[in-house]
Write a protein that binds this ligand. Structure first.
Ligand code: CTP
Length: 213
């Protein structure tokens, strides 16, 4: 199961809160996993990308929809890769129709969305399936912050991207990342997202091995 793209959180019938994720990283992982022979469910927020060959698509819009779709698909999955940029907050209420402007400021109250990856980590507990892989978009100390998330969310591998680079990340075909696991950290130098997808899946397959015996 791979999640990808942004989630969009509706304010009213016309406006939403979104983010700059293009979906490219998740689509690259899904496409490469299918190429390697996996049955792949790609849970995708709105993107402009083509469906990778051999991948089963589940299209969603909001964090709540992604939460439900991933929960269902992950139930019998061997590997879950959460590459989606899931919104951390959504408007507390969605207004029917269109909010009309007034001369003064507009206040919008945002509430937290469910943390899908954290929930998957908690549900797995001390078990080994599914293998859980998360992404972290960091602008400071990517490794330290990524490692904190690895432990807190109970996942096997965190892919920490440095979003402060201008030559990688959002809307780019390229990415540079640090792959963080309990075994240690590895730098993945600037390269195509398809190559990073392969490196992530190599590690995911290796993590699957012990539980196969
Ligand atoms: N994630 C999730 N559900 C959320 C938010 C995030 O499953 N509601 C997943 C993302 O798909 C990603 C990882 O958790 O794999 C990102 O973790 P997060 O703590 O949200 O990191 P950032 O958003 O990068 O950083 P910050 O803590 O600064 O918000």
């Amino acid at each position: 199961v791979v999640s990808a793209g942004p989630t969009l959180e509706d304010i009213d019938d016309v406006r939403f809160i979104g983010n700059r994720s293009s979906g490219r990283m998740g689509y690259a992982v899904a496409g490469e996993a299918a190429r390697r022979g996996a049955r792949v469910v790609l849970v995708s927020g709105p993107t402009a990308l083509d469906v990778p060959p051999g991948v089963e698509m589940v299209r969603v819009r909001s964090a709540l929809e992604m939460h439900e779709a991933v929960r269902v698909a992950a139930a019998d999955a061997d590997i879950v890769v959460m590459a989606a940029a899931v919104a951390d907050y959504m408007p507390q209420t969605r207004v029917d129709g269109k909010i009309e402007k007034t001369p003064g400021p507009l206040e919008l109250r945002l509430v937290r969305t469910p943390d899908i990856l954290l929930e998957l980590g908690k549900a797995r507990g001390t078990g080994v399936r599914p293998v859980l892989i998360g992404f972290a978009a960091e602008s400071g100390d990517a490794e330290a912050r990524g490692r904190e998330k690895l432990t807190r969310k109970g996942v096997d591998l965190m892919v920490a991207n440095d979003i402060s680079r201008s030559d990688a990340g959002f809307d780019s075909e390229m990415n540079a990342a640090t792959l963080i696991s309990t075994a240690g950290s590895e730098a993945f130098p600037l390269g195509p997202k398809t190559a990073l997808a392969g490196a992530i899946l190599d590690r995911a397959e290796a993590l699957l091995q012990p539980s196969r015996q």
